[in-house]
Structures are given as structure tokens and as C-alpha cells.
Design a protein around this ligand. Structure first.
Ligand SMILES: Nc1nc2c(ncn2[C@@H]2O[C@H](COP(=O)(O)OP(=O)(O)O)[C@@H](O)[C@H]2O)c(=O)[nH]1
Ligand SMILES: [Mg+2]
Ligand SMILES: [Zn+2]
Length: 351
């Protein structure tokens, strides 16, 4: 495997070079995005790069280099000038807070997302399910971790943990005691990219650190970049693990996907049964016998099969049950993403 492949280079990116005259340019991957520049890892090290003027002023915010992007740059010694951002294979985004729906790109060219929750801060089934729906929409495979398993586990936590393990294959781990770290490491493959997501404090950096003991995350072996003069805030960082695999650490994304609590009922990006349910006459419709229930209507006229409906109701009850055993009582019953996910599994399509 050559260096570029170790950084995640593949045929997908190779083919995007076809119509670019790139003889004089260096190929690299963005490891860190600063305010006015970014750090790019390439075959022989890393370099502080700035965007060429035409890109700086000509590109939309989301087109500009993000952590994980492949770029071409002209090497001027101390500084590189980025002339191209190669097309992205995947990208992970979330909705920005605010009235208008704006997308914020968290990382690009990701194969897997390592979704971390922990016992201390509290397991949150709903947040997990929202994340899973979002990842599915982004075409990114999830790996779910429950960290800090070294701490005392309450019966409530045990129950929700079991559910997460059985339903979503969540893996209990401890960065502190190293429990199951080897197992996770065996799931991280050379040349593949993994982004860590989860609320601040769940232990993302600690887990990466445990994988990557030799280097301090702040100064990471990979980004010993010439960061001089870049008095800036580092947003995210990309590291290549010694035994292969590329990991991207992110700051906490507490409300991944939906950023404010009143966005809870917004299901933009999701389709189907949740949209129907939103239009039911009564807001607290149980979709069992109410007049003006759009879900029942869809069953009646065959847009939803009996089986789909049964599944929807079963999952609804399950959700209620688990919602009431978490600290999440307030938001109980509002989020249907798990139902949607399972409907998708069953092949349900919005129409
Ligand atoms: N008990 C315990 N504490 C942990 C574990 N992993 C991380 N922590 C602690 O949790 C806090 C947040 O960890 P950090 O890695 O910075 O979380 P991040 O914000 O997700 O990157 C730190 O004080 C860690 O020492 C663990 O497995 N068990
Ligand atoms: Mg961190
Ligand atoms: Zn209804």
C-alpha cells in the first residue's frame, strides 16, 4: 500500500484526475481546517495550505476544503496553494441552527462513523437513532460504542444498553480500562476513513488516544505541520493510525442532525410515514382509532400495508417503553426515526 492509499486514496479519486492537468501539483488530504488555511497531509509530510484566490472567492462555503477532502496544491515551500478540491465520495453533515436550513459539513470521504455515547453523560436512544438515520442518508456505515463501561451501571442503563446492543450492535467499551479496545481496533481497516462523533465528553479523543498511544492528539504525529503563524482554532483533525486506518476526531456534536430542540419534530430529509403522521388531525394521535388520522387512511387505501402498519405500531410501543426508562421523558414519543429506519429496512418507500 502506498502512502496515498494509506491516507484513503482510491480509484474513485484517481479517476477524478482524468480531466485535470495535475503534473506540477501535489495530491494531499486535508487533516485540519483553520480559519485562514488548512493542513494537508501528502506523500512526504504535511503542509500548511491556502486556497487559491479564485476558489476563495468563487466557492460556496461547503465547497471549500473540509477535513477529509482530497486536494491538489502547488508547493511553494513554506506554503501550498490549493487549486482543486476533488469531488467527494461521501460527506457527513448536520443542520445548522437557525431558521433557514443550512448544512454544515463535518467531514468528508468517510467510510465509517464511530458513534460514541457513554454511561456517565447518559445513553440516549433517540439521539442514537437520529444519528443512524442521518448516517444512512449520507451512505456512511455506523459503528456504535458505549464508552466508560468501567463505571457503575444502573438497572435503567443496563436495560437501554441491552437494547442498543441487541438492536444496533452497540459495543460496550472503556477507554480507561481498555475493555474491548482490541475488538474495536480489529474493525478499523487500513485505507478506510472513520469519523468519531458524539457529544463532548463521551471520550472520543480518549479512545483515539488509546489506539494511538505514542502520539499526543493535540500535536498528532501526522500533523506536525508547519502551523506557524496560524493563530487559529483547530476544528477537527485527521490521524493515520500506526496499524492502518484513518480516524477523524470531531468536537462534540451534541445534537447531531437536528440542532435545536424545537427541530425535534422536523423531519426534513426523512420521508414516508413520519410525514403522514405529522399531518394527522390531532398532534397526539396514536394512529389507532382517531378521526383524521393520516396513517390509518394510508392503511385503508393501501399506501401502507397491514404489515408495515403493525411494525410501525410495534416499534412505536417499543419506543414508548424505552423512552420512559431513560431520562428523556420530556421528549417521549416525538421522534420516529427508528420507526422510519425499520420501515426503510422493510422496503417502505415514500410515495
Ligand atoms: N471512567 C472513564 N472515563 C473516561 C473514559 N474515557 C474517557 N473518559 C474521561 O471522560 C472525559 C472526556 O474525555 P474526552 O476523550 O476528552 O471526550 P471527547 O470530548 O469525546 O473527546 C475525560 O475526563 C476522560 O478522562 C472511560 O472509558 N472511563
Ligand atoms: Mg475530544
Ligand atoms: Zn394518526
Amino acid at each position: 500500500m502506498n502512502t496515498l492509499n494509506k491516507l484513503g486514496w482510491s480509484d474513485f479519486f484517481e479517476s477524478s484526475l482524468n480531466n485535470i492537468d495535475h503534473q506540477k501539483m501535489t495530491i494531499g488530504r486535508v487533516s485540519t481546517v483553520n480559519k485562514s488555511n488548512c493542513i494537508v497531509i501528502h506523500e512526504s509530510g504535511s503542509k500548511t495550505c491556502e486556497l487559491a484566490g479564485n476558489l476563495l472567492f468563487g466557492m460556496e462555503e461547503n465547497e471549500k476544503p473540509k477535513t477529509g477532502d482530497w486536494v491538489l496544491f502547488l508547493d511553494y515551500g513554506d506554503l501550498g496553494i490549493i487549486s482543486h478540491v476533488l469531488p467527494r465520495k461521501t460527506y457527513l453533515s448536520r443542520k445548522k441552527a437557525g431558521k433557514e436550513i443550512a448544512e454544515q459539513i463535518i467531514a468528508t470521504n468517510i467510510d465509517y462513523a464511530i458513534v460514541v455515547q457513554c454511561l456517565e453523560i447518559g445513553l440516549n436512544l433517540r439521539r442514537l437513532e437520529r444519528t443512524l438515520v442521518q448516517l444512512q442518508n449520507c451512505n456512511i456505515e455506523p459503528i456504535i460504542l458505549i464508552n466508560k463501561i468501567d463505571l457503575q451501571i444502573t438497572p435503567d442503563q443496563r436495560e437501554i444498553m441491552n437494547f442498543m446492543e441487541n438492536t444496533y450492535g452497540a459495543i460496550p467499551i472503556s477507554a480507561a480500562s481498555q475493555f474491548n479496545l482490541k475488538l474495536i481496533q480489529s474493525k478499523i481497516h487500513s485505507g478506510k476513513s472513520y469519523v468519531f462523533i458524539g457529544a463532548s465528553g463521551v471520550g472520543k479523543s480518549s479512545i483515539i488516544n488509546a489506539f494511538h498511544k505514542e502520539s499526543d492528539l493535540k500535536t498528532g504525529a501526522i500533523s506536525q505541520a508547519t502551523n506557524k503563524g496560524a493563530h487559529t482554532t483547530t476544528s477537527r483533525e485527521l490521524y493515520v493510525l500506526n496499524n492502518g486506518g484513518i480516524v477523524i476526531d470531531t468536537p462534540g456534536t451534541r445534537e447531531f442532525g437536528l440542532t435545536s430542540s424545537n427541530a425535534e419534530s422536523s423531519t426534513s430529509g426523512f420521508h414516508g410515514i413520519d410525514d403522514l403522521a405529522k399531518d394527522c388531525k390531532f398532534q397526539n394521535c396514536t394512529h389507532t382509532n382517531e378521526r383524521g388520522c393520516k396513517v390509518l387512511k394510508a392503511v385503508e387505501n393501501g399506501h401502507i400495508s397491514d404489515e408495515e402498519y403493525e411494525n410501525f405500531m410495534r416499534l412505536n410501543r417499543e419506543m414508548e417503553h424505552y423512552a420512559s426508562s431513560t431520562q428523556d421523558r420530556k421528549q417521549k414519543g416525538k421522534n420516529l426515526s427508528k420507526i422510519i429506519k425499520n420501515m426503510k429496512k422493510l422496503g417502505y418507500k415514500s410515495r
